[in-house]
Structure formats: structure tokens, C-alpha cells
Design a protein around this ligand. Structure first.
Ligand code: NDP
Ligand code: GDR
Length: 328
């Protein structure tokens, strides 16, 4: 039975990846931080087969201990401070957790493996946020990186450190440059979930309007359930490498609003959307669109859910959730 250790087990991707690996017959361990993590019950209820081990990415001794407990064949490093807007207000913390801690886990894997680099395969959750200021459209594995947020800069560090461990020590370390991926499990701070929750509540008469920031930014949005499959495929290759995972389509926040509101029968939605500079970013990533050709050709990866399918899935989920919460 193959064994995997996942950091970021309480997050959106941690849950989907756990489900995928459990279904494939893996013994799955999840790193969980804090003495009383509020998401512990969520993990236990959603993926009861996962074994939990405490640890924090900023504490290398806890990572070595987690590796000794899990004895994994594969390590998926999904843990991070992942909210871009938060990263300006907490830049040093983001650098520690999203950036420097990647080195902690790479080093922990190296020490645990006693330089036997066939022992563990490693996945790093890199991000399209590393592309930042548009240099090339669509963005590919070798597009120049020009990050526009402390989060993006931290991810660049983790990305190159992963490449460096592959080149320096021969570690089977792959970096997935994943474009935005969403789901009903997305945190409510991210724009897709903020919109799907608000649209559900507005249509049920529980909320009057929604306040957002920049409506013109464009993102290449896919479904998280499809994207974790690409992570797994990367670690099944003979050689480690870096891959862009994206849909190859881009949509603005306005298009997201249009599909979500129309799904609940509201065509004239503009009066319901307010803008507030509070939700604008000091530096914006205006346009993201990825070229997933390499992942298609070498990993045989395909996305299954398209953009309208994703938005309606999220709105339907929030309608059901809000009805249950509010007895409607
Ligand atoms: P989430 O924000 O949903 O989950 C982040 C996870 O990181 C949580 O489980 C959180 O645990 C954990 N974490 C935070 N700080 C620490 C720490 N100090 N030690 C250990 N764990 C910690 O993110 P997603 O699931 O959406 O994303 C997974 C990864 O992929 C992240 O690295 C993200 O940056 C990256 N990524 C995501 C994309 C997306 O569109 N979703 C696109 C590209 C990259 P806790 O509950 O304890 O806070
Ligand atoms: P992003 O996702 O920054 O791309 O990072 P987010 O959903 O936060 O923002 C997407 C775009 O929407 C604009 N926007 C708003 N965003 C939020 N959160 N709230 C608002 O009210 C709002 N109004 C407009 C933003 O300005 C931005 O342009 C996500 C995270 O999952 C990262 O961890 C991951 O690396 C990248 O995707 C790829």
C-alpha cells in the first residue's frame, strides 16, 4: 500500500487530494497544526480514513517527526498562507510559511531520506501568482516570473528551492504551477466563494448586495477536484519536472458575477454589486491564462469541469447550505 503525507490537510486541496489518494488505496497522513485546530472535525468528517499527525511547516523538527510517523513514499506540500490580499498585511509571516518553510520540508525530506533520493517523491504547490505582471500570454512553465504580492514572491522562493533540490540532490521533486482552482470547499475569503455565497443569500432574501474590489481582473479558473489529479500524476512520472495546470481560458470577475446571478434568475445584477477600495490590492495581477499543453501531453491530464459548470456547482452548493442554515 503506497503511503502519502499531505501538508495543508485542512485546506480545499488537502481534502480533495486525500479523497483521491484514499480511493487509490493509499495510506494517507495529514499534517495538522495547533493544539486545537478548528478544522479538525471537518477533516475527520470529510476524510475519516486520513491519519493525522501534528506539526507546523515552520518547525522542522515537527516535520522530521511527521515523516518518521508517516514513512511516506510521496509528500505533497500544500500548506501555506494562501490568501494573496492577506500577504501584504502579514508579509514576513507569509514569507516564513509560504516561502521559507518550503525549504524546511525539503530539508526534512532530505534528512529523513539519509540522501537515498529514491525514498520519497515530493510535490510543491506553486502558483500562477508567480507570473504576476503579464510578460507573456498564455503563461507557460518557462515564462518569466514577475510576482506582484508578498505571497507571489514567497511562492517563487519555494518554486526555485524545489528545482534546486532536484538539481542539487537528485530529489524527485516536482512543482505544479497551478492556476486558480475553486470548489464548494473554497474558503469564503476568495472571490468565487464570496460571490457564490452572496448570490445564494441574495436570491433567498438573506442579504441585499455584495461589495467587491477590482471587477476587471481576469483569472483562469478550474475545479479543484480536477487539479489534485494533476498533482498525483506528476509524482507517478519517472522524472520529476514542473508543469502548468490550467484550463487555457480566462474570465473576468464580471463574467463570474454574470453567470452566478443569472443562475438564480437575476439578469440585472449590476445594481446589487458595490465596490470598495478596501478590497483593491496594492498591486494587481491583471490577466492570468495558462497553457496546460505540457500537462496534457506528458501527464495525460484533462480538466472535466468547465467555467459555467464550476460557478453553478458553487452557487447550488451555497443555496443548499444557506437553506439548511436558515430554514428556507
Ligand atoms: P487553503 O488556504 O485552503 O489551505 C491552506 C492550508 O495550509 C491549510 O490546511 C492550513 O492549515 C495550512 N497551513 C497554513 N499555515 C500552516 C503552517 N504554518 N503549517 C502547516 N500548515 C499550514 O489553500 P488551498 O487548498 O486552496 O491551496 C493549497 C496550496 O496550493 C497552497 O499552498 C496554495 O498557496 C497553493 N495554490 C492554490 C491555488 C488555488 O487556486 N487554490 C492555486 C495555486 C497554488 P490551517 O487550517 O491550520 O490554517
Ligand atoms: P487570487 O484569488 O488572488 O487569484 O489567489 P482571489 O479569489 O482572492 O482573487 C481573484 C481576483 O479577484 C479580485 N477581487 C477580489 N478578490 C477577493 N478575494 N475579494 C474581493 O472582494 C474581490 N474583488 C475583486 C482580486 O483582486 C483578484 O484579482 C488565489 C489563491 O488561491 C492563491 O493561493 C493562488 O496561488 C492563486 O489563486 C492562483
Amino acid at each position: 500500500m503506497p503511503r502519502a503525507l499531505i501538508t495543508g490537510i485542512t485546506g480545499q486541496d488537502g481534502l480533495y487530494l486525500s479523497e483521491l489518494l484514499l480511493a487509490k488505496g493509499y495510506e494517507v497522513y495529514g499534517l495538522i497544526r495547533g493544539q486545537n485546530n478548528p478544522k479538525l472535525e471537518l477533516v475527520r468528517n470529510t476524510v475519516p480514513g486520513v491519519k493525522l499527525v501534528t506539526g507546523d511547516l515552520t518547525d522542522i523538527s515537527s516535520l522530521i517527526r511527521a515523516l518518521e510517523v508517516a514513512q511516506p513514499d510521496e509528500v505533497y506540500n500544500l500548506g501555506a498562507i494562501s490568501f494573496v490580499a492577506y500577504s501584504w498585511e502579514n508579509a514576513l509571516l507569509t514569507s516564513e510559511v509560504t516561502g521559507k518553510a518550503v525549504l524546511n520540508i525539503l530539508e526534512a525530506v532530505r534528512l529523513y531520506s539519509h540522501d537515498d533520493m529514491s525514498k520519497v517523491r515530493f510535490y510543491q504547490a506553486s502558483s500562477s501568482e508567480m507570473f504576476g505582471k503579464v510578460q507573456e500570454v498564455p503563461q507557460r512553465e518557462n515564462t518569466l516570473l514577475w510576482p506582484r504580492s508578498p505571497y507571489g514572491v514567497a511562492k517563487v522562493f519555494g518554486h526555485y528551492m524545489t528545482i534546486n533540490y532536484r538539481e542539487s540532490y537528485g530529489m524527485h521533486a516536482s512543482s505544479g504551477i497551478l492556476f486558480n482552482h475553486e470548489s464548494p470547499r473554497r474558503g469564503p475569503e476568495f472571490v468565487t466563494r464570496k460571490v457564490s455565497q452572496a448570490v445564494a443569500r441574495i436570491s433567498l432574501g438573506l442579504q441585499d448586495d455584495i461589495t467587491l474590489g477590482n471587477l476587471d481582473a481576469k483569472r483562469d479558473w478550474g475545479f479543484a477536484g480536477d487539479y489534485v489529479d494533476a498533482m498525483w500524476r506528476m509524482l507517478q512520472q519517472d522524472e520529476a519536472d514542473d508543469y502548468v495546470v490550467a484550463t487555457g481560458e480566462t474570465h473576468s470577475i464580471r463574467e463570474l458575477l454574470d453567470i452566478a446571478f443569472r443562475h438564480v434568475g437575476i439578469d440585472d445584477w449590476e445594481p446589487l454589486v458595490k465596490q470598495d477600495p478596501r478590497f483593491m490590492r496594492p498591486a494587481e495581477v491583471d490577466l492570468l491564462i495558462g497553457d496546460p499543453s505540457k500537462a496534457h501531453d506528458q501527464l495525460g491530464w484533462e480538466r472535466k469541469v468547465d467555467f459555467p459548470g464550476l460557478v453553478t456547482m458553487m452557487v447550488e452548493n451555497d443555496l443548499a447550505e444557506q437553506r439548511a442554515l436558515n430554514g428556507r
